[in-house]
Design a protein around this ligand. Structure first.
Ligand code: HEC
Ligand code: HEC
Length: 353
């Protein structure tokens, strides 16, 4: 009986039928203006305190892993999506091969990459290929994933077209089920949306006090987080086990938004805007592994990527008498930049070298 319903009704409705309890997690795919009161309540329970969807924003709450099991996708598809999900939430299984710090993808893309205001990953699946200012060419979905491996995981990305890469990109695409390709509308809660400017310029000294009061209990006074054996309990915020200087979250505004909307874990949107900026300033003036794009000269590297990136980071600036990032430390890996990072052009080889 249930199977028949599923074939006849759109996914958004069947989500609510399944297992009874999943109503709180049901898929939603529609404009803000078309949301029902129940759907609005569902969203605000998922991201307490976050801005509500605006009428003209496109809202997508992806299917869950329970939806996957209940769906009529081919068992081989389910197997591949499960693998992608498992890699996303437990990326540490690739430690020493592709990952060289304490991160899982889900350390930053909270809630399995499904939550608004927590860097939901499905937008990349419908928005790419697209031009990215960070590397100045048209990027595919796989390449976007390569980017987070290179910088956020301080790692060596899996090969293009490999089983792991296919499983991960399929997981992203499956999360985007029902969203049209190349949407023109604003996507609700995409990325870590820019916070309002703070009243006072972000300050690392105030940030340190707020960090100690709100964050140190889990991430440690020394920012190193916590591990039990091989299991990462709390990921590292700075040092060799953390993201490197080229990671998106090394930009102060990105970390401020992440922090306000997602931390302290379980109390999103509880910090003041000022505290979020101050803490981000504090954490992002701490040392971390070298930016993989480092040329050997900190001033030159900052200059090269200033407009597209480093004007928002503290890299190459002076703090407490030292130039941040002025070192050869690459963390736990034994290379600086993975070969897989390359430029592209679409002239068919006609471009003069
Ligand atoms: C240290 C934090 C961090 C980790 C770990 C991390 N990411 Fe990201 N990721 C980011 C940030 C920051 C962005 C940019 C968000 C923005 O633009 O506001 C991002 C963006 C993305 C996007 C693009 C989303 C969009 O809206 O287009 C994808 C896809 C993605 N990450 C996948 C991954 C995958 C896969 C992994 C694990 C291999 C991973 N990320 C690990 C921080 C992280
Ligand atoms: C109750 C424990 C707890 C507290 C308190 C907490 N965090 Fe976290 N934080 C976590 C956990 C757990 C994760 C990984 C999330 C996941 O895997 O689902 C995380 C992830 C992060 C990440 C992304 C991954 C990384 O290591 O860079 C940042 C950044 C972060 N927290 C910053 C903060 C800041 C800033 C504060 C204080 C405002 C804070 N956290 C307070 C538990 C906590």
């Amino acid at each position: 009986m249930k199977m028949m319903f599923k074939k006849l009704l759109p996914v958004a409705i069947t989500g609510a039928f399944m297992l009874g309890a999943t109503a709180a997690n049901a898929q939603i795919t529609k404009y803000g203006k078309d949301l029902t009161d129940e759907e609005r309540a569902q969203i605000s329970a998922m991201v307490p305190g976050a801005p509500e969807p605006k009428d003209d924003e496109f809202v997508h709450i992806p299917p869950t892993m329970e939806d996957l099991e209940a769906s009529d996708l081919h068992p081989k598809m389910k197997e591949a999506i499960r693998r992608g999900h498992d890699l996303f939430v437990n990326t540490q299984q690739l430690r020493g091969k592709n990952v060289f710090n304490n991160m899982n993808c889900a350390s930053c893309h909270i809630g399995e990459g499904r939550l608004p205001y927590a860097g939901p990953v499905w937008p990349a699946a419908v928005d790419l290929p697209a031009y990215r200012g960070k590397n100045g060419h048209v990027n595919s979905l796989e390449e976007r994933i390569v980017g987070c491996f290179t910088y956020s995981m301080n790692g060596l990305p899996p090969e293009y077209g490999s089983d792991d890469m296919l499983a991960l990109s399929l997981y992203h695409q499956w999360l985007a089920t029902g969203v049209p390709m190349f949407p023109k509308d604003k996507l609700y809660g995409r990325g870590f949306p820019r916070l309002a400017d703070p009243e006072q310029a972000p300050d690392a000294v105030r940030g340190k006090a707020a960090y100690q009061a709100n964050c140190a209990i889990c991430h440690g006074e020394d920012g190193a987080g916590k591990k039990e054996g091989d299991k990462v309990i709390f990921p590292a915020l700075w040092g060799d086990d953390s993201y490197n200087w080229g990671a998106g979250i090394a930009r102060v505004y990105t970390l401020a938004s992440f922090t306000r909307h997602n931390m302290p874990l379980g109390q999103p949107n509880s910090l003041s805007i000022q505290d979020a900026w101050d803490i981000a300033q504090y954490v992002n003036t701490k040392e971390r592994p070298q930016d993989p794009r480092y040329t050997g000269d900190i001033k030159e590297t900052r200059e090269m990527y200033l407009d597209t990136f480093h004007k928002h980071s503290m890299y190459g600036t002076e703090f407490e008498g030292k130039i941040l990032g002025d070192h050869d430390n690459v963390g736990h890996k034994d290379f600086l930049k993975p070969e897989i990072l390359r430029s592209r052009d679409f002239t068919g080889g006609k471009k003069a070298e």
